[in-house]
Ligand binder design. Structure first.
Ligand SMILES: Nc1ncnc2c1ncn2[C@@H]1O[C@H](COP(=O)(O)OP(=O)(O)OP(=O)(O)O)[C@@H](O)[C@H]1O
Ligand SMILES: [Mg+2]
Length: 321
């Protein structure tokens, strides 16, 4: 198994004058195989961008071991890594005084081999804007241009830090196609995203990062299976019923976990056809009445909430995408 990325025991401390240092990474371990689409998931401040920027050679780790495409950022191999790497940063800082084509041409010039400027512009559907100033592009268009620049060197490892945040559904789908194409050519993609369903659709494996550490690792379906059930029953009790502890529902047949959040309960269940009648019976015998009830499939969002007790606070994508 060839590795595109390997890092062990990665620590990063941001020191600031007169301020408490921030320990952004606290012993993070990661191995990404060549040809994988790998997702880094986690809430704001988890350490995703810090990790990606260390892998990209833009930031120096405080301690730990980092290997990218079989080499280390040691000064000697830096250019060799850069030639095989495509990067799109979370916050794009492109020169506003260049046109789209000039920007793509500039990035192409950084690489000995790669894709022609018009080709990458077409890949992100910016042909109509090829002669427009970068400063006149919309936020989503700038982001797409940043991805085009990341593709300029036809990279073996494509690192995209939240590439789809703020994109319209059509542009998001086009970006997914770019990532899938990368995968079809056995090239590696490292992606950070807050969209759980995006990770589920695209990623072979994901690492859930929290407080600078990987707290869960596996394929989306493996992580979902670890929850102990593939279905969720969500329900709320009528207000007149008062508060019932979520623990009261964990002993029901086919229920693996139960939690209370916002104004309702969320049960992870293995067999909805067993759990649902049992739940209805219990509510009846306890003289509790329902305000609403729905069932759905478990998502990576549920995995995250179960692991951390917090939501990732991302809007769900339209199922029709
Ligand atoms: N230059 C910096 N100086 C000081 N602290 C920093 C710096 N950059 C990041 N941090 C801190 O490091 C932690 C990790 O930040 P990072 O940007 O890696 O998170 P993230 O997972 O990418 O979050 P987001 O989802 O918001 O993009 C945060 O607490 C952040 O405030
Ligand atoms: Mg980030």
């Amino acid at each position: 198994m060839a590795l595109a990325v390997s890092c062990r025991d990665l620590y990063k401390r941001y020191d600031a004058k007169k301020k408490k240092p921030v320990d952004a990474l606290n012993g993070l371990n990661l191995e990404i195989e060549v040809g994988e689409c790998f997702g880094l998931l986690g809430p704001n401040g988890a350490g995703k961008t810090t990790t990606v920027e260390i892998l990209e050679g833009m930031l120096k780790e405080t301690s730990g071991y980092v290997e990218v495409l079989g080499r280390q950022w040691n000064g000697k191999d830096d250019d060799a890594i850069r030639q095989r790497l495509g990067i799109s940063l979370q916050e794009t800082r492109l020169n506003e005084k260049l046109t789209v084509r000039e920007t793509a041409t500039l990035f192409r010039s950084f690489y000995r081999e790669g894709r022609e400027p018009d080709e990458v512009i077409a890949m992100v559907a910016l042909e109509e804007k090829a002669d427009a100033w970068v400063g006149k592009l919309s936020g989503g268009q700038k982001q797409r241009l940043a991805v085009a620049c990341a593709l300029a060197g036809d990279p073996e490892l494509l690192c995209l830090d939240e590439p789809t945040t703020g994109l319209d559904p059509q542009s998001r789908r086009e970006l997914w196609d770019i990532i899938r194409e990368q995968k079809s050519r056995s090239r590696t993609t490292l992606l950070t995203t807050h969209y759980m369903d995006e990770a589920q659709r695209l990623c072979d494996r994901v690492a859930v990062v929290d407080h600078g550490k990987v707290i869960a690792l596996g394929s989306p379906s493996e992580l979902i299976h670890q929850l102990g059930g593939e279905h969720i029953i969500e329900f709320a009790l009528a207000e007149s019923n008062g508060q019932t502890s979520a623990d009261a529902f964990t002993s029901l047949p086919a229920v693996s976990t139960a939690r209370f959040e916002n104004d309702g309960y969320c049960l992870t269940v293995t067999e909805p056809h067993v759990a649902l009648p049992a739940l209805i019976n219990k509510l009846e015998s306890d003289q509790l009445s329902l305000a609403r009830i729905t069932t759905r499939h478990v998502s990576l969002e549920d995995v995250f909430v179960t692991l951390t007790g917090r939501h990732l606070a991302a809007e769900e994508l339209d199922d029709t995408l």
